[in-house]
Design a protein around this ligand. Structure first.
Ligand code: MF3
Ligand code: CO
Length: 256
């Protein structure tokens, strides 16, 4: 698939969609507390999106290679789960957990994608540091995503920043173009070499989404076909924004 450059009209829609998505995701963050089920979070996200007249992008999404469509609106990945955790009423959050909330929204036919990792009640300083560092890694990646730069600059910036910590950077999952589809070219790894890969061009819309593990970079896919977990069962954090490439500073589209 070729890279799809968005028109000014499409960018306007993505800007509005991104704002709606961030609004919903921060509202969902607001109800995270010990005792709530991951299904409750999913149901709340679904309700808020539908109330706005939009569509949850992940519900029934069947990417190439997947055996079953994704069965929910929100990906909820707790502790050692890295991404794509499936919400369940049996899965109850408890004090000290960290939880990645990953949500996609389709507004006027166009997609935006965003994720945050949040603490449940009081968490250990180690967990909080993992969260903070992952969020910072996303910022560093975004800062390298400028017109005229290349895809490898994003991964190199993230990798260079994370090197100062002992975390594993997940390599088998990556960021991506987004907009007309949930996943478009280019594929955007969270590691790599500067000045390599596809050119970043104004009008490109991409999702950058570093996943950092408090241990090994290796992950395993659950038998459910969706949930990725750290191979050593240590905790993982994940942040994601949809951004617009410009001539200068990138514009974060998934912001309130
Ligand atoms: N943000 C996720 C990603 O880019 C979207 C997952 S789609 C789903 O991988 F169907 F798995 F939810
Ligand atoms: Co994504």
């Amino acid at each position: 698939m070729a890279i799809i450059i968005k028109t000014p009209k499409e960018i306007e829609i993505l800007r509005e969609g991104g704002k709606r998505l961030a609004t919903v995701l921060y509202k969902v963050r607001g109800i995270v507390k010990p005792g709530i089920s991951t299904k409750d979070l999913d149901a709340y996200a679904y309700k808020l999106i539908k109330e706005m007249g939009d569509e949850p992008a992940f519900l029934n999404y069947l990417p190439e290679g997947a055996e079953t469509p994704y069965p929910a609106s929100l990906c909820v990945s707790v502790n050692n789960e890295v991404v794509h955790g499936i919400p369940s009423e049996k899965k109850i959050l408890k004090e000290g957990d960290i939880v990645s909330l990953d949500l996609g929204l389709k507004h006027n036919g166009l997609f935006t994608d965003m994720a945050i990792t949040v603490p449940v009640g009081e968490v250990s300083s180690g967990s909080q540091k993992l969260i903070n560092t992952t969020e910072k890694a996303l910022e560093v990646g975004i800062d390298a995503a400028r017109g005229g730069y290349r895809v490898g600059d994003i991964g190199a910036a993230i990798e260079g920043f994370v090197q100062r910590h002992k975390y594993g950077i997940v390599e088998v999952l990556a960021g991506h173009g987004v907009g007309k589809y949930i996943h478009e070219d280019p594929y955007i790894p969270n590691f790599g070499k500067a000045n390599t890969g596809a050119k970043l061009v104004p009008g490109m819309v991409i999702a950058i989404e570093p996943m950092l593990n408090n241990g090994t970079k290796h992950v395993d896919l659950d038998r459910d076909g969706w949930t990725f977990r750290t191979a050593d069962a240590k905790k993982s954090a994940h942040f994601e924004h949809t951004i617009l490439i410009t001539d200068g500073e990138p514009e974060i589209l998934t912001k309130v």
